[in-house]
Design a binder for this molecule. Sequence first.
Ligand SMILES: CC(=O)N[C@H]1[C@@H](OP(=O)(O)OP(=O)(O)OC[C@H]2O[C@@H](n3ccc(=O)[nH]c3=O)[C@H](O)[C@@H]2O)O[C@H](CO)[C@@H](O)[C@@H]1O
Ligand SMILES: C=C(OP(=O)(O)O)C(=O)O
Length: 419
Amino acid sequence: MNKLMIRGGKPLTGDVRISGAKNAVLPIMAAGLLCETPCVIENVPHLQDVTTMMELLGGMGATLTISDKMSVEIDASTVNKLIAPYDLVCTMRASILVLGPMLARFGRAQVSLPGGCAIGSRPVDIHLHGLMSLGADVKVENGYITAEAKELVGARIVMEQATVTGTENLMMAAVLARGETVLENAAREPEVVDLAQFLIQMGADIRGAGTDVITIRGVKSLRGVQYRVLPDRIETGTYLVAAAMTGGKIRVRDTNPRLLDAVLAKLREAGASLTLGEDWIELDMTGRRPLAVNIRTAPHPGFPTDMQAQFLAMNCIAEGTATVVETIFENRFMHVHELMRIGADIHVEGNTAVVRGLPELKGAQMMATDLRASASLVLAGLVADGETVINRIYHIDRGYESIEEKLSKLGANIQRITQ
Ligand SMILES: CC(=O)N[C@H]1[C@@H](OP(=O)(O)OP(=O)(O)OC[C@H]2O[C@@H](n3ccc(=O)[nH]c3=O)[C@H](O)[C@@H]2O)O[C@H](CO)[C@@H](O)[C@@H]1O
Ligand SMILES: C=C(OP(=O)(O)O)C(=O)O
């Protein structure tokens, strides 16, 4: 099993390119199923989740071509197997995103029920209720969701909770339905907007993406297009926190500062000096230790749950004490016990962690449990004294492209140990 070995203590300096967003490219690839002509997707990050989505679409019969380093062509005219099997779905929950488009185009879909994962139980009931409201017959049997509909018909759907992939699935199902669908309490995340823009370019009629009411008028068919995926705001935030924690100065480029308001506000509160360009952000910590910052996760435009673990790690070495409240997932503190192994002072009660910042952490062996937890352990390793070894890093490869290469380029002492 691969490991990362880090020798902490070096302030990060230099510049780093941000990859395309994992949480945008996955729904956009799934949306490629909606038409019979090829789509070319650009700025595709080199991630395990992208490979899994390619295997999933390929297994269904789609023809995939990697045209150059960062673009993938999806030709769904050859799809002939309407099933997303357990062995792929269990490695990537975002596989559920093929449900809406398969049902919309073929009238039938079978997708393995995604189980719970390290961060929570993550049910898909809102996806399924929404599809039923559009007229689908949905059954859950033998661990599989089977959805069938001769025709999907537009409806008003009030989602009980704002769900990102739920909104995306229902938007993809509704684009080919008869009549108008109104999604209320829709998720407002930038990745939902990116998917909507891709669908609109394909010929869909969608209004209101980015607000909590999305209106979709079904069209007869969609056409293949070329589309560039937006930059990854979570990867951007992760590198900025890495620089802030190490007292460094970095520039992240090929990103979009407008997607990160809540994260940038917290970095300023931590004492970072930020300069923003059209597609870059420069962070200068002028060698200082960050100040502790209170965090409360919330749906967009609130503070993203996918940045909670990284800020919690920063608070471990900050000046002062801070509380971190996780409101989206019920079990997203798996990193806490690992961070305590390198000396962090953290107390968790319910969904709140109280973190007392310490001037130093001491390197140790740690175990990565999920994607962002893994990132937080890497960040802690960058400041800890001596050697830190992070085990089970396959989680990190799901969502961070070449993390050790990017960090090494910024001056970190980090190595992948392949066993
Ligand atoms: C591939 C992708 O885009 N993943 C992101 C997506 O996950 P994902 O789309 O799975 O997360 P959701 O937005 O659906 O989850 C929000 C909350 O709604 C609950 N819920 C969701 C659906 C449902 O049918 N029933 C239900 O109760 C969840 O358990 C959770 O408590 O948004 C999360 C919240 O920003 C991010 O952390 C993930 O990185
Ligand atoms: C939780 C995440 O991803 P996923 O929904 O794919 O598990 C994440 O990106 O932090």
